[in-house]
Design a protein around this ligand. Structure first.
Ligand SMILES: [Fe+2]
Length: 393
């Protein structure tokens, strides 16, 4: 994040002596991106953040086993409601789709996770339902329905949830607001659909005592359990531009046109070779001749994944797609509204319908998405034929 924040106690200057009440020195930790050449934050620990006492390799249940290409080519529909419930928001992730840039999982969590550090990339966790408390070295965030929580790579954190359904987006790189929304120095511009005021940040230091504290670390080599001599939540203050934050989808200000606007107006974040978009309740296209529904399209460079999270998505009415559904429209396949949906939308406009209440989260990737086990397990086999069968009558 380009937006400077300070939390807790910090000394007047960077890299000067900062003493604990017992006279000892606090230990600095600079968390920084792109090798000192991008955003960073400086954290002050009561104990050394380097002090580990044990390292154990772990088997990785989320490894790449069972991931297959989308072959033969088909549009897909996954029902997350059919997937098992339980576990936590870290180890309970059920991988749906993946490629070399992003891994997309579903979790229906009812337990607290252990401490976790993902050093392979940033994460964005979207809560479709329920609530969860995010605790980290930067402090806490209370997350609820409709929140995206963006977690920078390397943040030690844990999730405490007694009931949350989430889409977990793990990037091989950084997840950021789209560059075109920002000034050259990083402030949100006036045309952006959200601003700094919409971002919720950790509200203060979070201190926890403990010795010999395990942290599960995902790095490029796999999963490791590192045991720290002292609890990593011993930060008395930090400042900088790198930290986790929450953004609620209801705070996204939709951009509308007189005739139908394409998904880039819904873009919320960008990652390496993918984008995240938020489809929110908004006025329908308002030209007297408008067709207020998506047109058939084929983004020849992208696979498109859509997670249906609220309201009534009229373009797919009659297809079996509902709340909790995920559709995948891959490159090589032209997709669009269900047969009859265009006519119904035009009729609705004539009858005075002026808005849509749909809410959906879309991820478009430039590399093809591969099918992971949870996707294969929850697939609706009838979906690919839903356009063709209805069109034939
Ligand atoms: Fe699309």
């Amino acid at each position: 994040m380009p937006y400077y924040r300070v939390t807790g106690e910090i000394p007047r200057k960077r890299h000067v002596r900062f003493r604990r009440p017992d006279g000892g020195l606090y230990a600095e930790e600079l968390m920084g991106e792109e090798g000192f050449a991008s955003d960073s934050s400086l954290l002050y620990h009561a104990h050394l953040p380097t002090a580990i006492v044990k390292s154990e390799g772990l088997a990785d249940a989320a490894a790449d086993a069972g991931i297959v290409p989308n072959h033969p080519l088909l549009p897909r529909h996954f029902r997350t409601g059919d997937l098992p419930r339980g576990g936590d928001l870290v180890l309970g992730r059920q991988l749906l789709l993946a490629n070399d840039d992003v891994r997309i999982s579903f979790a229906a969590a009812d337990a607290a996770s252990g401490l976790y550090r993902n050093s392979t990339g940033d994460e964005a966790i979207y809560l479709r339902a329920g609530a969860a408390r995010f605790e980290s070295v930067y402090g806490c965030l209370e997350a609820g329905q409709g929140d995206y929580v963006v977690v920078p790579r390397g943040t030690i954190h844990r999730w405490i949830s007694t009931g949350a359904e989430a889409l977990v987006i793990e990037a091989r790189g950084h997840i950021r607001p789209p560059r075109r929304y920002l000034s050259q120095f990083g402030q949100f511009l006036e045309h952006a659909p959200y601003s700094e005021r919409d971002l919720r940040c950790p509200d203060g230091p979070l201190i926890a005592d403990g010795e010999d504290v395990p942290v599960i670390v995902r790095n490029r080599g796999g999963l490791t359990r590192l045991t720290y001599a002292h609890h990593p939540f011993d930060v008395v203050g930090w400042d900088g531009c790198l930290y986790p934050y929450a953004f609620n989808i209801a705070d996204f200000e939709p951009i509308v046109k007189r005739t139908h606007a394409p998904p880039p107006v819904h873009q919320t974040f960008e990652g390496p070779n993918f984008v995240i978009c938020s489809f929110c309740p908004r006025p329908l296209d308002f030209d007297a001749e408008a067709v207020p529904i998506p047109y058939n399209h084929h983004n020849v460079d992208s696979d498109e994944m859509m997670f249906y999270v609220g309201g009534d998505y009229s373009a797919r009415k009659g297809s079996g797609v509902g709340i909790g559904s995920i559709t995948l429209h891959p490159s090589g396949f032209t997709h669009g509204p269900q047969p009859g949906a265009v006519e119904a939308a035009v009729r609705g406009l004539a009858e005075g319908r002026t808005s849509t209440d749909e809410t959906a989260v879309m991820i478009d990737t430039f590399r093809p998405l591969l099918l992971a086990p949870a996707g294969q397990r929850s697939e609706d086999p009838e979906n690919p034929w839903s356009w063709g069968r209805a069109a034939r009558g």
